[in-house]
Design a protein. Sequence first.
Lengths: 508, 508
Amino acid sequence: MFAIKNTFAIVLAVLLPAVASAQSNPASQAARKWRQAHERAIVDEFVGLLSIPNVSRDRENIQRNADAIVRLLEKRGIPARLVGIPGSNPVVLGEIRTSGATRTIVFYAHYDGQPLDPKEWTDPPFQPVLRDGPVESGGKPLALPPEGRLFNPEWRLYARSAADDKAPIIAMLTAVDAIRAAGLSMKANIKFAFEGEEEAGSANLERILAANKEAFSGDLWLVCDGPIHQTRRQSVIFGARSSVTLNITTFGARVELHSGHYGNWAPNPAMTLARLLASMKDDNGKVLVDHFYDDVEPLSELERKAIAEAPPIDRQLMDDLWLGGVDGGPRTLTELITMPSLNIRGMASSRVGDQASNVIPATATASIDIRMVKGMEPRKTADRVLDHIRRQGFFVTDGEPTAQIRRDHPRVARVVVSGATSHAIRTPMDLPIAQEVIRTVESARGDVVKLPMMGGGLPLEEIERPLGTRTIVIPMGNHDNNQHSFNENLRIQNLWDGIELMAALLTM
Amino acid sequence: MFAIKNTFAIVLAVLLPAVASAQSNPASQAARKWRQAHERAIVDEFVGLLSIPNVSRDRENIQRNADAIVRLLEKRGIPARLVGIPGSNPVVLGEIRTSGATRTIVFYAHYDGQPLDPKEWTDPPFQPVLRDGPVESGGKPLALPPEGRLFNPEWRLYARSAADDKAPIIAMLTAVDAIRAAGLSMKANIKFAFEGEEEAGSANLERILAANKEAFSGDLWLVCDGPIHQTRRQSVIFGARSSVTLNITTFGARVELHSGHYGNWAPNPAMTLARLLASMKDDNGKVLVDHFYDDVEPLSELERKAIAEAPPIDRQLMDDLWLGGVDGGPRTLTELITMPSLNIRGMASSRVGDQASNVIPATATASIDIRMVKGMEPRKTADRVLDHIRRQGFFVTDGEPTAQIRRDHPRVARVVVSGATSHAIRTPMDLPIAQEVIRTVESARGDVVKLPMMGGGLPLEEIERPLGTRTIVIPMGNHDNNQHSFNENLRIQNLWDGIELMAALLTM
């Protein structure tokens, strides 16, 4: 799941009881049996893959990862190759042709991981360590149990990409083993597409797919990424918000001024910025930019029903996050992430705390991101924010304003818009294929939390636009996996559950 | 003049023509003659003093400075000694007793300088270099001219404290030489009090004076510090604002959150802070904190007249500072600094620019300073701001709020108040002694810009409170001296003018 590091996963202090799995899917049952007999071998294969460093820009190791995954596929007799364009990391493409199949399902995961600072990690990030619980709760390192001894499902494997996003790769391939061992067969053609630069923003994915349409074509892409619901219930997610970023700088005098000698007279760009930002949202978090919500495509009845049925988590999350109030009330988090948002990512002007000095700052900067939902045009959305800034009396420029521009206008804002390219995706939940996926996941994992969309981003449009296909997001990691942060980990039970989940989806 | 570094002096691009000096003061005339015959020796003495590093916390060199100044006094037969309290840097005290004197005038300056980073300086800060103009305009280094050759008055001497604040020390002592050489005599008892930790906030000054009341007593303290008017006209300043600082931190979730997954729901502390700050001032810079202006002591008619007569500088300053508008209109800068101000010194929340990431920040912090004028109580003023914050719905604490506090209150602000100890000083301009100082300065330097107060701070209350005396500020540095920043310098003409100015004041 693409995002930036320094975001911490949320650990719910008290978990709702997991709903007992009413597992009726024969492939999932076969996967469980296979797994119980091969736990150590499965984890060994996982550890092997996790041991290869996988930061996107580390080209040499990225290639080693891609080659290793090709070998994992070929070991299973699945023809595999690397597909890329000049300058890209390769997508690993594997294919299982099924005689008589009338459709093709593509299983997507990514093998690259978030950049990291090893100093922050308890264990070296590319030397996987098994622990008997979360390291934050004092989980101790363990030797891997010998073949034949079961793993405790609450143990966790620590390594970069243990959850995000190598676990699905291992789950899929293990599921293939289990399906075959049980003599079950697939109904659809299956493709595996493992991306190598999702954490770098999937900058090349769309072009790779567009240049290889036939190879990557499918009736449905299952995007296997992200954590399951905070209640530990399996989730299926039908879309994602897209985002656009604006960096806004306001200006005071050309240099910092002494706040005694010029305070009351020289405009303070930090105050100017504060006033501008404050003008953008009301007290309850509603965005006050004109026409901001105009193009939002309303949720369908089925989507509203899914939100209403999602387990309540707000109260618990607030407690865990030390929050005495939230924005957007009385709507819940699950509903609010189906709406567009405007968020200050960071703010800076001169210095604070011990570093502060008696100055009127020369500039102030805020970075904001806007999360868009289905119906919203990225460039149009950004332009509406620019219009809002102008209506607050600012001369807006995207370059460094000259001395003359600054002399000519009482308020000047430099606004740099970036990433205004992707639209949000919301796959209709009432599509027959969507309903079939829900039923299949339920047959493997019991009650499912169905979410019209996730709040964060995924390269869904980058897949749908070139291929004209549909996407559905199938997560399997634990919600408290520390993805994008240090001490990323996968709870062993989530790996076991993921294998059973993939077995069901591979045979649908 | 106490403030913090990173404040740049303002260089007016076009100077108003200096008013021709109608110099009628005999001591000033004697000082000019003496100076013209001894330029090299005067500068040599100055260079010697500037060569001793003088950052307040550098105790060893501070002692060397104090000892050197004692020698400069004793060389002139002026009894001198060091006065301090445990832990303080010494104040150098010298005294000239005048037989038949009916009053005592104390000449204050400080010999410590602002902390610095030598890497920022063009020349080493404690190896004074003469240049043929401002270094910013390409001024080239020069050898000191031999005795007998005149200095070009537009040359500048570069060194830490060349302006702030060793120049007045040299000017005073040279003036003593000139007065004596001309056979003129003083009328008052004269004391010299040279502080050694003004740039560190004069933390010990009041206690030193209180413990040595008799030694430091005087009818008037002339606080010789700071730059003259931006028009290059001599100024006399009758007070200074005092300040109090508030560090305000607002809180979101206990960790940074992913702005996709939680944006619209988790409160954003940067937005909370922006809204709070925006509530504090209106569009024209007026402070909206209730009762903020209640206790401001109105300006007297004489003070209002002085402001009206001060040369206009706003338009020129705006142009030079690249400002398209200013706060507080239609009042001028000169008037506005006689009013209290509220200023954001700095602001920080997560990261901006290339460092920004897709997060909802966990905290946001602003440092604000409030400049107070006569009549305002520091603690009461700070409390009014705290009340304002509470009225915006915040639970206010001065410590790190616990998880429970944060869970119990939708909005929590940590506010740390510091420096709420000093009151602003405004010496009435209609006091006979004030009028006498103005006349004396005019007799030396022609037309004088009379300012009821300066915007920045000076330890005036720290002098007045223990001694029950009056203070008047007599600056002599060029306004573009880069004080508190790198490349501090004194324009040679300002040294010459300062000697004539001190000669007049020493004989009043």
